[in-house]
Design a protein around this ligand. Sequence first.
Ligand code: SF4
Length: 74
Amino acid sequence: MTTPRRLRVDRRLCEGHALCLQSAPEIFILSDDDVAECVAQPSNDQWDQAAAAIDACPRGAIALVEDLKGQPVR
Ligand code: SF4
């Protein structure tokens, strides 16, 4: 059994480069104040995109964290 995971953007680190949107446009948006937001958790076939977004972020602002609520990733 795998541990549930989810993506999280650290607003303090994000500088709005939007490279994450290029890698995973269905997962991230840029808010009105130019900070990336994770609007959907990756589906099973989107984890490669999510990993690419994490790698692309020059600020290291995207983290993959354990879902403390134990909710399965949808
Ligand atoms: S690539 Fe990183 S710094 Fe740029 S918008 Fe996405 S999370 Fe923010």
